[in-house]
Design a protein. Structure first.
Lengths: 168, 86
């Protein structure tokens, strides 16, 4: 841990840090979510946002369909965000994940993190995404352009190793 | 015997042919792993869905658990494949 990160550890519990978690079918406005997280605050020095979009896989994919476990999906993302707030001393976080049918080019997930200095915000967003991919109960099914029956997307070993590096 | 609500997702749901069911559990079913092995005996569809036991993830009352976790007083138990969100 660098000196900045150590200095920025909050003296108050993660539960008191602004945290927004939503699981929804509709799209979201990334700029509005970033603005909402920092609105009226002068303690934030760094805001990082990550957007995950639906790829068309070289034109072969008509849509992704995301199934989720209602209730647990929100709860698990919240647990991951609270871990990140505590671990990196974040001053705020927003995580939004969509479900249902999503067209190529459309957003699937948004993570926004706020901190005093950039490293915590970058690391926090990275950490949240790594654990969200392997721990939040969502499953992607492909719908192909040619009408062929799509497959469930397979989990990647690389996603598990991405999480493991935070545990070293 | 006791009653638990099971929920299934993704290809586990598709192979079993339903998203949820309520079943009576014998007292010999103590852990999440015991539950998976018990369910495999219920039908060919269950056996096919849960064929590769070590791939199946389990959540008890909406929290991830390992296969050696005791079911305890679980009300809702979910079985699903590795997650692919994000």
């Amino acid at each position: 841990m660098d000196a900045d990160a150590a200095r920025d550890k909050p003296a108050f519990p993660a539960a008191s840090i602004p945290l927004t978690v939503r699981v929804q079918a509709e799209s979201f406005d990334t700029a509005a979510e970033i603005a909402a997280l920092s609105h009226g605050r002068s303690d934030i020095g760094a805001l990082v946002s990550f957007s995950g979009l639906c790829r068309d896989e070289g034109g072969a994919l008509a849509a992704l369909e995301l199934e989720h476990y209602p209730g647990m999906a929100e709860a698990e993302i919240r647990r991951i965000c609270l871990d990140a707030i505590t671990r990196f001393g974040l001053q705020g976080a927003t995580a939004i994940h969509r479900y249902g049918k999503i067209a190529p080019g459309a957003p699937i997930v948004l993570v926004v993190t706020a901190s005093a200095h950039r490293k915590a915000a970058f690391d926090g967003a990275n950490f949240i995404m790594d654990f969200l991919k392997t721990g939040a109960p969502f499953w992607k099914k492909e719908h192909r352009v040619d009408g062929a029956r799509g497959d469930w997307v397979s989990a990647k070993d690389a996603d598990d190793s991405a999480c493991a590096r935070w545990l070293r | 015997m006791r009653t638990v609500d099971l929920v299934y997702f993704s290809w586990v749901r598709e192979r079993i042919g339903r998203g949820e069911e309520r079943i009576e559990l014998p007292d010999t079913v103590l852990t999440a792993g015991d539950l998976i092995r018990h369910l495999k005996g219920l039908s060919e569809d269950h056996a096919s869905a849960l064929e590769h036991e070590n791939v199946i993830r389990v959540a008890i009352d909406q929290e991830h658990v390992d296969h050696d976790e005791p079911l305890g007083a679980a009300r809702e138990i979910a079985l699903f494949p590795p997650m692919t969100g994000g």
